[in-house]
Design a binder for this molecule. Structure first.
Ligand SMILES: [Zn+2]
Length: 56
């Protein structure tokens, strides 16, 4: 079962957890692991930044 990542348009094999989710919710948007790590890094960086700003 291959899925196409909405961000990079590359086909990828979802892991077991994602496969279960996709079977339950076929309309759910899934991204490939590569994009996932890329985005997670950015989100974490932003969260860190927000933390430092809110500490004032
Ligand atoms: Zn991707």
């Amino acid at each position: 079962m291959k899925h196409v990542c909405i961000l990079c348009d590359h086909a990828y094999e979802p892991n077991r957890q994602q496969q279960k989710k996709l079977m339950k919710f076929p309309q759910l948007i899934q991204i490939c692991p590569r994009c996932s790590t890329r985005i997670t890094k950015k989100v974490m960086a932003r969260a860190e930044q927000a933390k430092t700003y809110s500490n004032d």
